[in-house]
Design a protein around this ligand. Sequence first.
Ligand code: SF4
Length: 430
Amino acid sequence: MKYIIYTLGCKVNQYETQAMETILNSRGHEACTEGEIADLVIVNTCAVTAEAGRKSRQAINRLKEENPDAIVAVSGCYSQLSPDTAQKLGAHVVFGSGDHDKLVAAAEKAFETGEVTREIDNPLQRRVFEELPAGAAEGRTRALLKIQDGCVNFCTYCIIPYTRGRLRSLPVKAAAEKAAELEKEGFKELVLTGIEIASYGVDLPGKPDLADVICEIAKAAPKLRLRLGSIEPSVITEDFCRRLAAAGTVCRHFHLSLQSGCDTTLKNMNRKYDTATFFEKTELLRKYFPNCGLTCDTIVGFPGETEQHQQETLEFLKKVGFADVHIFPYSRRPGTPADKMPNQIDRATKAKRSKEARAVGAETRKAFLQAQLGKTLPVLFETKEGEFWQGHSDNYVLVRCKGEDLRGVVKNIKIGLVSGEILVGTPIDE
Ligand code: SF4
């Protein structure tokens, strides 16, 4: 079969897509080239917001139209939540956020016999981590490894616990082995991802934690630099920071799930910390990882949020001084407690508050970029941009420099210039 996979959503969805590609290729199927008509279309859907659901439906319709004779298969959180809708849209194979290898087998059967399959389980009853082949994220330099699935935090705005279910983790030994394989394949960076990696290991015998698996991976693949996916502040302790710093290969970039800089709103979101605790965690990270890039996700316009609450969030973003902030206007998600809350905020106010928060984020980002001047940063080069090589520093900034073939090379670069969002520098002779 010639296939197309269209992916929406998070790094975990991206990981599961590359795993389905790996399984399809290993069974002799081929990805379509640009403009080629497909025999199989897979849409890996997302349900994190109502908008993500709309885009998932839109993608199913568009790809069906562009590939009228193709088998249509759907997977991911939206089809987990709304399998009837996916079927009504004409999907022949309907799976949820699990069983990706079974989906491929069902798609083959549909192609050969026309038999349709719908297999939607109850994610809250899942017990075992779905081990899938690990692989490339971007090019041949950065790989992704999913080490955890599920979430039981039940933040009031979030549907994910209902689509991803109970906490499940990839055993430490398996994670270390996969990392060693990826290092042998020549990858230079490994992104450790999951739905809620701060809860890594709570389901495993002996309850190894996130620091345990990171340290084992660092030992098994010492040449790989390790980048963490989004983390909950709960996991950041003195011990966690000390052990990760001692591992020696963890990138100084931490993407934190903040969600609000106002304690009242955090409580209404059912978040498990207040701003004072969160701030302490950022100080800990800065103590053990000097010049680290702290980035965050923040929601504005949450039900009940007042102008005063918004000001508190803006002040808090300034106080932490994030290297980058991802601002999301609150999006109602049917099936979540927040969707039923009174005092929903109107679209115009959400837009105004998003603009204000992004402006603060732009200021703190500018300050972070300026602070890199004169510093030396280890950069993994990925692409050639004109006469420059370009890559990401470990504290997650785009850096350019001139030089011989640097693709897939990690080099120390002394920063001499800030050019918009990009730092420019010169290689330090080792
Ligand atoms: S931690 Fe909260 S926001 Fe994140 S997946 Fe779990 S419930 Fe959703």
